[in-house]
Write a protein that binds this ligand. Structure first.
Ligand SMILES: [Fe+2]
Ligand SMILES: [Fe+2]
Length: 194
């Protein structure tokens, strides 16, 4: 498959394996929740395509495209690869699909108003089979039951970790957290009333 050859060239072995696993996890979640399976497969496969390219190359592709970073985005190099990756996939690989663009663009931070495909790729990234952090298995089980719950759990973990390490937290991430939490609470209220 041609995209896998691109990944082989651009990624370390570990990241290549991660990309394959995220693609598989995204397909599983897409089937379960009714997102576009083929788009989930492609976005999952390519979400980290720029991750091993280095900060300079990431910034260059972002700046060449005319994208302006916020102060928080600029302060955190970890956030560059999603933005650069989305641009690379569109402009270099020629996959001109706004849904795939956004799924890659926001896979690290999330945002308010994520599409179903964005949520699928966001959650697939931290529930894929190669992930081995302490609660990985717990979050995997949660993701089978509710995407919103998996988003809240995943972001709670990430934000706590960022704050402990004196790192900035992207407002998009907080927006995604609040929105998913409110959706869960509204759903719980509704179930109580029924
Ligand atoms: Fe990533
Ligand atoms: Fe990833």
């Amino acid at each position: 498959m041609e995209y896998e050859a691109v990944l082989r060239e651009k990624l370390t072995e570990k990241r290549y394996v991660h990309s394959i696993e995220v693609s598989k996890a995204a397909v599983r979640l897409a089937r379960r929740y009714g997102a576009d399976v083929e788009k989930a497969r492609i976005a999952g496969l390519l979400h980290d395509v720029m991750k091993d390219a280095g900060g300079d190359a990431q910034l260059q592709i972002i700046e060449n495209s005319g994208t302006i970073l916020t102060n928080v985005e600029r302060s955190s190099q970890k956030l560059w690869h999603g933005i650069a990756g989305a641009i690379y996939v569109r402009d270099v690989l020629g996959i001109d699909d706004p849904a795939i663009f956004d799924a890659i663009r926001y896979h690290t931070t999330g945002r308010a108003g994520m599409s179903l495909l964005e949520k699928v790729v966001f959650v697939a990234d931290y529930t894929s089979d190669d992930r081995d952090y302490e609660d990985a298995q717990v979050v995997r089980e949660i993701a089978k039951e509710s995407l919103e719950k998996a988003i809240v759990e995943g972001i709670a973990f990430t934000v706590t970790d960022l704050i402990r390490r004196d790192r900035t937290v992207a407002p998009d991430t907080i927006d995604a957290y609040n929105e998913s939490l409110l959706a869960l609470q509204a759903q719980a209220e509704k179930e109580k009333r029924e």
